[in-house]
Write a protein that binds this ligand. Sequence first.
Ligand code: PGA
Length: 252
Amino acid sequence: MKPLIAGNWKMNGLSASLAEFDAMVAGYDVVLRSAVDLMVCPPTTLLTSMAVRVGTSGIALGGQDCHAAIQGAHTGCISAEMIADAGGTSVIVGHSERRADHHETSEMVAAKAKAALRAGLLAIICVGETKSERLEGKALAVVGQQLKESVPVDLDASRVVIAYEPVWAIGTGLTPTTADVIEMHAHIRALLSDLFGAAGASIRILYGGSVKPSNAAELLSAANVGGALVGGASLKAADFLPIAQAAAAIVR
Ligand code: PGA
């Protein structure tokens, strides 16, 4: 399966930023397209504008969160159906910033993942340990527990992507060692096989946390790494496209 490089713009981007998106569209040429799936998850305010500008480039668009319900009295929230209606084909759920800032539990994340599939979207389900959990030797256990609670087993495995994002690596410039990435991704792969049987082998497991052009090749070459979820370095085409090119250059 092609690697997936997904950009999470978080709460960044005004209409002036659409020029960067246009540069990404222009840079996602036939060669890159044949080797890598590219996605941008902008703030919701830019989703429809990007959907117009994406043209036939094949860049996928996604939301950064959704409510579990289809519609209703939930001020400030958006549903998975609204993301689909605006031109998105995916949604990130359970990002550690949502878990921390909005007190989202894994149970809530599982409900959002179900909502994503209900709306026909791909669910990118995030898991990851904190620094203290890693230092205490609990990383595998914590991520395993999050995964079991956040990924409903009745989901269609072909519409699920897992993003392993160590909380301490997000936006810090720090990354785990390659050995730690390999260990965690193997652990996640084994759990997905337990949950989904044979279908678990084909679920993409992204690495996320301080991915940039200079470290992308090494992180993306690790076993069971099926792509990257990129925050800061997804805001500029000059950073984001080289990450996609690094993914394309890896012989699998
Ligand atoms: P970062 O963010 O690449 O800026 O570390 C990654 C993420 O939170 O998805």
